[in-house]
Design a protein around this ligand. Sequence first.
Ligand SMILES: [Zn+2]
Ligand SMILES: [Zn+2]
Length: 421
Amino acid sequence: MRLLCLFLVLAVCLLQVLAAEDYYKILGLDKSASERDIKRAYRTLSKKYHPDKNPGDETAREKFVEIADAYDVLSTATTRKIYDQYGHEGIEQHRSGGTAGRQTHDPFDLFSRFFGGGGHFGHAPGHRRGPDMEFRVGLPLRDFYNGREVEIVLEKQQICDACEGTGSADKEVITCDKCSGRGAFIQKHMLAPGMFQQVQMQCDKCGGQGKMVKKPCGVCGGHRVVRRDVETAFTVEPGMDKGQKIVFENEADESPDWIAGDLVLVLEEREPELGKSEEQRTDGTFFRRKGRDLFWKEALSLREAWMGDWSRNITHLDGHVVHLSRPRGQVVQPLSVETVVGQGMPPYSEGHLHDQSDEDDDVPGNLYIEYTVILPDQMESGMEKEFFALWQKWRKKIGVDLAADGNRPAHAHAHAEKDEL
Ligand SMILES: [Zn+2]
Ligand SMILES: [Zn+2]
């Protein structure tokens, strides 16, 4: 019976070993991964699967623990070597091997060494929160129209990878012996015989930290944090407006002393510049945006405005063509505005929440064309004569008196002649 039990226990252990997923696979890496790759993978994945971000999700929780476990083994040269040679079984043996085995890490403890704040996100009570960071990102209008994946590089304060935020080269932190870890001590001053004044002094040995390191970390010089360029990728959704905020939770400056605040990117519309490459050479440079609508100025010659019979092709922000035209005989008044329905910005609503009150949330904006009429500066003299004669002939027949028409007082030298066509 006892033997059977032992056998069962062994079988279960073996099964667990067999079932455990490859540590490299858990971190999305292969065996050639560098120390840096492993750290980077842990940073990204542990945040993604943190239970605080996935409340009630057991799978995420398990994954979070797995990720911590994988990192724990692969981030140390000794255990990584054992794992590479003997796999999970080797690690199990190593761990149960007494003195050599490291105590199993609390996954939250590991997380807090990377991100600070006691291993938790958000506003956990008792944890200080670092400041939010705001950056402005300028983008051309065509990116707001088409949407775009953007990558930017920001300089951020990060918890030092090398010492995992301890500031110590050997990751050992000792309690200050002068203040016994309190960071301060009480000094008594004798004011008079038998009369003492107690003054609290900050400990000068540990700078009030209560903790010290023997060998400061070579990378951060014992500061526990480093400033580093960090790549940040985000998506501009089609139709987003300027002023749109993109929030990265807990991704502002990091410190072991606080929970990182939020990194906030504010989108701005950059001054348009002429597209340099062929595909960028759309008329997009000349669109102006107001909310969901776009505005465009189109110039017509006198003949076109008055006689009609013209057409224009406007290349829109994504390269499609908007066709404008008038048949012969159709007049366009200067400064008149034509509405091209649905050719404005695409609809965008934050979170894509739809309630019945915002029915027109799905509708794109309009494109408004304002017409300017350009009169010729000069005419050839022959042409000028012909036109003049033509005007004279027709203004006598159908012209109007603009002064009378405008209800202005009659001129002293009022003449019967009609004024204009
Ligand atoms: Zn001290
Ligand atoms: Zn360091």
